[in-house]
Design a protein around this ligand. Sequence first.
Ligand code: UTP
Length: 291
Amino acid sequence: MPPQVRTAVIPAAGLGTRLLPFTKAVPKELAPVLDLPAIHYVVKEAMDACIQHIAIVTSSGKGALQEYFKPSDEIDRLLRARGMNTVADEFRQMTERLTFSYPVQARQLGLGHAVLCARDAVNREPFAVILPDDLLVSDEPVLAQMLHAWQSNPGNYVAVEEVPTERISAYGVVDPLPGGQIDSRTYRLRGMVEKPPAGTAPSNLGIVGRYILMPEVFDALAETRPGAIGEIQLTDGIARAMAHTPLFAYRYQADRYDCGTPLGLLHASLSLALRRADTAEEVRRWLRDLE
Ligand code: UTP
């Protein structure tokens, strides 16, 4: 029986240049998706997957992230006075069920380096990594789906989705081991390729921002030198760890929205508003008027 996954690392120290000038003043993880900041959704996803500790990797100027998760009786009262009981209850659950820590990444040396900055917070246990740019909407949280697979076959896991051929070159792409498919969603891998040139991708499965990793990956990350665009890549560290830890891809079931770009945020907000009974009708009317 593998040990429990108790910590989720949320790297949030990036510069957010695609959302400038907004990110000049506000961390992009606090950009609203309909009525909640992007990071609220991913912390809820982690809580719903029974994670107990959230390590948000931050950088200077991102103190607002810490402020957002600080318990406040005053805000609780205001939310309830405005009938926002669901959100108030979620904050209360987060306070009761989660502990938060905020490791600092002093220089933006890449996603792999951001994860390495959370090493002490993780404490030599398997852990999850959740990228707050990738909002995944599903009945069962994607992290919970992955944890079920991980419990049957422990190792390092990357989440993947099927990507159309014309867009696959923008992704990290997994290379499944021939005959290594474990079930309809889980694949044993023999490698990964970062942003393969057109026509060379080893599969149509692109890596998306959810990972479950064994603690040995920190040693691999510490030895990983900067790769693509001069940054320490998380996928390079995970590939290095293949020497001792089996690597799997999990093809999740969810709708994904990219909250790292202005249009992606608009898409995510519109889609969530169309799913919700209290907003769907009004949004449909706007869309009809705009046509
Ligand atoms: P991105 O590649 O989207 O980078 O990082 P970014 O800086 O946030 O955004 P752009 O591209 O400049 O607009 C993916 C995730 O990794 C984190 C980011 O905060 C984001 O959640 N990250 C990236 C770090 O924490 N540190 C880094 O050095 C790089």
